[in-house]
Design a protein around this ligand. Sequence first.
Ligand SMILES: Cc1ncc(COP(=O)(O)O)c(C=O)c1O
Length: 373
Amino acid sequence: MFDESKRITVTSPLLPDQKEFDDLLKDIWASKWITNNGQFHKRLEAALAEYLKVPYLSLFTNGTLPLLTALQALRITGEVITTPYSFVATTHSIWWNGCRPVFVDIDPKTGNIDPDCIEAAITPKTTAIMPVHVYGKPCDTRRIQDIANKYGLKVIYDAAHAFGVEVNGESILNAGDLSTLSFHATKVYNTVEGGAMVMHDPETKKRIDYLKNFGFAGETEVVGPGINSKMDEIRSAYGLLNLKQVDAAIEARHQVAIAYRKALRAVEGISFWDDMPGVKHNYSYFPIFVDEEKYGMTRDELYALMKSHNVLGRRYFYPLISEFSTYRGLPSATPENLPKAHKMANTVICLPMHHELSGTDLERILDIVVNKR
Ligand SMILES: Cc1ncc(COP(=O)(O)O)c(C=O)c1O
């Protein structure tokens, strides 16, 4: 019935118009300024700060290094409370800073860290909380901030998925002490590889800009153990062009989410999330959760069935970070400590979600999930 020779991938990168990109490349070639805070870098920082409605933003070369740098900048030590339901870079950044990750369980209503579990995990060594706005769904930032204020903790949000997400008209990226973004090719907005950090004041931005450039505060002065995480001119120019089309891409994703919800609402044993009231979503992912008993098939069986039809879903996030051998030995990594996160990791499939999915693609995907064939 369907042409299955065409592979449907879980995502597809948003690419700028090639001709427009060529024109900008000519400017870069003519200037011979290809990295180190050039004109496109400056323009992209300004344009993103405006688009995202944040006061200050620093570009990075990916979404992992701003996490590492945020912990450095705030001089975080000891224990950091975080979620196991994320991409492994979240926990790696804590480990690379010589801190101990402390996993707490998630709220099944959002997939995000459960504020009710945070307080019980605080010890005299705790200095920070690192929540993740999973799939771009906003964390309960108010409750997390109340806990942080009560115990004098810093909050660094891994907002890798939360590009453009707003709650009641305010950017989610303004919550906490610092937030970080990923502009990886798989994300709603990409610069091929890339990322950013959002901060509240110019002094912090200055310090972060030093840290992402080896700690250099001038030609001969190094003020901290910095790293190299500068975005180059080529990717900055690419990013400027992609910014022009990201709204249309998000709207296309929104339409995909509407179609999925319409078709899946009546399917026994498949659940998913609706939009949250007051939230401007970015539709970066469309996770569904498979109830094996009601659906009559396990998550892995459905995943394999999709694959057999050349439709690639993704078990994102499975396994949990706490299950990787690197972290399994931590006391907080025990499954008994994280029952809700385990359940979500064992039942989730992210369906294909991107701006180029056609009506036929959607029919093909839904035919498998709805009819189990
Ligand atoms: C939640 C989360 N944190 C961090 C990262 C790391 O971002 P990057 O791949 O740009 O380094 C990613 C993405 O890949 C992510 O999904």
